[in-house]
Design a binder for this molecule. Sequence first.
Ligand code: SF4
Length: 214
Amino acid sequence: MDQHQADWNAKAARNIITNLEKRRMAGSYCVSAGQAKDEVVAMIPEGATVFRCGSMTSVGMGLWEAIAALPGVTLLDPYPPDLPPDEAMEIRRRGMIADVMIASTNAITLDGILVNLDGMGNRVAAMAFGPKQVILVVGMNKVVPDLASAVARVKHYAAPVNNIRLGYKNPCTETGLCTDCKTPGRICNLWSTIEGHMIKDRIHVKLVGENLGY
Ligand code: SF4
């Protein structure tokens, strides 16, 4: 990334954070993923339970290893590869009352609206209500001008890329294009548009000046 892009990231992030605050959400900006990791880890209270939600952003930063190493912190992680599906589902249920949930967002608009799309809904449900604190780590590559652009980004980019990553048998896995399928394995089922929250600062968006996740 050259200096002009870095400057744009910092200026756009400042504007987004102002708009998040008007919506009773908090925001902050880090230039690098390494700095963001340190700051997210520092936000986790002693003895907290932390719910891990699907996020390639957090995986790429090494965030889960750092959180799992915190003394006294319990990481509710439904993603160990050898975990039976019924146990993974139970962890997702327990995550709904965790102290902290951590995820990213599929898109964020310049005026601070968060747009997400889930297959089962555990991530968007926990964003809306349940965990006391929601921390969303968001690369500036997910910033879009408006709601229509956010929906298009999620449906025509984030969802197909995730299908390809997971190797699901959906049409977009083959073509990279969304056909609005009705397959049993469709991951595009539950939309969430967060325009604000009555619990002030429950949602904290940590913007990062790098391309992270999808
Ligand atoms: S609706 Fe179906 S084809 Fe479209 S992105 Fe989702 S899973 Fe892929």
